[in-house]
Write a protein that binds this ligand. Sequence first.
Ligand code: PSU
Ligand code: MN
Length: 303
Amino acid sequence: MTAFEVAPAVAAALAEGRPVVALESTVFSALGLPAPAGAEALTRCLAAVRAGGAEPAVTAVLDGVARIGLEPGEHERILTCGSKVAERDLPFAVGGRWPCGVTTVSASLRLASLAGIRVFATGGIGGVHRDAERSGDVSADLGAIAHHPVVTVSAGAKVFLDLPRTLEHLETIGVPVVSLGFDEFPAFTTRSSGLPAPRRVETVEEVAAVVRAARELGYEGGLLLAVPVPEADEVPRDVLDRAIATAHAAAAVAGVTGPGVTPYVLGQIADATGGASVPANLALAERNALVAGQLAAALAATS
Ligand code: PSU
Ligand code: MN
């Protein structure tokens, strides 16, 4: 029994030194986006990675095997999968031969790293929750970004989190954070967080130079590349703030905790914005996939 499998197209690209981008699968499932938006997000992200010049590799667990790269006929299985797999859940999903598991950022980073993939794209990373003093809820995404030698491309951290503390946490654990062509650390479905980006670069080639320098300096962990949602697709800040308040109140009443919080709050925000957060989430995921493809291509061209 093998614990993990790299898809033939992905293995061939890696063997030939061609660029590859890993994609997580939780965002495409109903835990990330309401159907049919997940299917559309997957199609658009796959096309965007290719438009950027790289081979996409969606990660998931299917029939007890951790997969890096799926066949098109398998996509439906992740869209309809309801089991969220973070990094610490991977041994259970594989050891327990789960029929399906959709991987979060943390699990996807482990699988990307295992396969030798150096660039990964998601929507918005998890982070420090607003009630973290009480709940202690800090996403395992942060530690995984620090630990695995993979660049994560995201639209910042999800807007309903405590973004100042998320940035502080990233600093504490030593993750280099850089925004692309933007002065701020972006806020997922809206551009502005009001928080200055720790670093700003203007081009993907500059990011590639930073990544190469990190490797030459012996950095063993990752880097976070923040890309703001396209202007035309962002949700206005005041609309989001009201929706977040409603969503958090609903989560408290429902008593949701642990890994259930993020899917629940995302769903409540989609409802409370009258669905406006969904096209924004699609657009930012697509933009991140495109930038990740371009970054992987820039890294492959110079290594
Ligand atoms: N980005 C999105 N939608 C999502 C997620 C990211 O645009 O649903 C998922 C990712 O899989 C991320 C997870 O790892 O949310 C964070 O969950 P938690 O807060 O429980 O760590
Ligand atoms: Mn959590």
